[in-house]
Design a protein around this ligand. Structure first.
Ligand code: UD1
Ligand code: UDP
Length: 381
């Protein structure tokens, strides 16, 4: 019988980043794949599965509105355990730093099933930021048997913490595999206003925000910054696909209500979002995944956070940390829209996060872990 690899995921970014790996496991001659969604995100998760044609084998359906971290974590632990008991996988893959991923890693560990951590080794260095993700990813590293690190820097972080070098493989980030897949597809925008903005030739500012540590004052500041930019620059179109989290919507949206050049839309399907990133002039975000994708598409990214666990694009010069102070955000966006040189220095396509082949490296490493294959060389190795 072929070794069985179970992939567990629950939020939008996890779904995007596991999709290439799930496809590569399915394509493997020596592994058998099975998928479990926790449903931590309901609509945003289903939207991604649809884009990649994935029909999960099991759905734990854990989401509740305004879910607390502990309740969510406990539900994943409790509902995943019977699935582990009945499927008896030989390895469990978790991705990133969400409550789903750390709870699933712990549930697998409790059953002595080896944990494979996809996107391992990211560190901001501040346990409280991003919250609770920095703690989640450190905890998962303590439980994992195989660490699929996206960059040489993330590998170094793991080695510094005492993870044996033999347990770490540098694969690149599967988000680049997913991105290259969807940008190659033709796309049409379902929202008519977004479609018009894309077809126009004016400057377009693409904005996303959701970070828990910015709830409240930080998010209100982001809303004020967008209102100021929209008022001062009537020719600028701001597109804000609003995260479904009600805390985010309540804090950001009132400030931009009624402004004709701010398009607040529902979360976009991944292919639409990728094409919109490509069409945009500047990206303003607090997202992890967007920080990784936009540099590949040659877009300057202003990150509304004080620190990042993704320093590679900052070093490459395409990402800049701007925090959540509205005056700073307005000044930084203004600078990029007014100063050609400043813009050109940031708008260079770089690929610090992968070459589009992270999933095949990851699957080879999993096959090696389970004694049915050999590893490929590290990315850049
Ligand atoms: C979660 C992850 C965060 C990740 C982010 C990506 C944790 C603790 N947080 O944050 O690491 O960066 O996802 O977006 O794991 N909701 C819906 N429908 C959806 C999705 C969310 O209604 O499809 C609402 C629900 O009311 C839910 C709330 O948003 O309770 C918050 O969702 P949750 O997953 O707890 O936190 P996020 O802030 O989305
Ligand atoms: N994304 C999307 N539709 C949107 C906004 C974002 O498909 O309307 C994608 C984006 O391309 C990236 C991912 O969602 O791959 C990022 O998700 P999010 O910001 O929610 O989470 P994070 O990456 O911060 O954990």
């Amino acid at each position: 019988m072929r070794p069985r690899v179970m992939t567990v995921y629950g939020t939008r970014p996890e779904a995007i980043k596991v999709a290439p790996l799930v496809a590569a496991i399915d394509a493997s001659d020596v592994l058998e794949g099975t998928t479990v969604v926790t449903g931590q995100h309901r609509e945003m998760l289903d939207q991604v599965n649809e884009v990649f044609g994935i029909v999960p084998d099991h759905d734990l359906d854990v989401m509740s509105h305004g879910q607390s971290l502990s309740h969510l974590f406990a539900r994943v632990l409790e509902r995943l355990d019977p699935v582990l008991e009945s499927v008896r996988p030989d390895a469990v893959v978790v991705q990133g730093d969400t409550s789903t991923s750390t709870a699933a890693a712990l549930a697998a560990f409790h059953r002595r099933i080896p944990v494979v951590h996809l996107e391992a080794g990211l560190r901001s260095g501040d346990l409280h930021s991003p919250f609770p993700e920095e703690a989640n990813r450190r905890l998962t590293s303590r439980l994992a048997a195989l660490h699929l690190a996206p960059t040489a820097g993330s590998r170094e972080n793991l080695l510094t913490e005492g993870v044996p070098a033999t347990d770490v493989v540098v694969t690149g980030n599967t988000v680049i595999d997913a991105l290259l897949d969807v940008v190659a597809r033709p796309v049409s925008f379902r929202d008519a206003e977004v479609s018009r903005a894309v077809d126009g030739d004016g400057d377009l500012l693409l904005v996303t925000a959701h970070r828990r540590e910015s709830w409240g004052e930080g998010m209100r500041g982001i809303g004020r910054a967008l209102a100021t930019l929209a008022t001062r620059r009537p020719d600028l179109t701001i597109v804000l696909p609003a995260h479904r989290n009600p805390q985010v919507r309540a804090a950001v949206l009132p400030a931009v209500e009624g402004l004709a050049n701010v398009l607040v839309v529902e979360p976009l399907a991944y292919a639409e979002f990728a094409h919109l990133t490509h069409r945009s002039t500047v990206v303003l975000t607090d997202s992890g995944g967007v920080q990784e994708e936009a540099p590949s598409l040659g877009k300057p990214v202003l990150v509304m956070r004080e620190n990042t666990e993704r320093p590679e694009a900052v070093t490459a010069g395409t990402v800049r940390l701007v925090g959540t102070d509205p005056d700073r955000i307005v000044a930084e966006v203004d600078r990029l829209l007014s100063d050609r040189e400043a813009y050109a220095s940031m708008a260079r396509a770089t690929n610090p996060y992968g070459d589009g082949h992270a999933a095949v490296r990851g699957v080879a490493a999993i096959e090696h872990l389970l004694g049915v294959g050999t590893r490929r060389p590290d990315l850049g190795g």
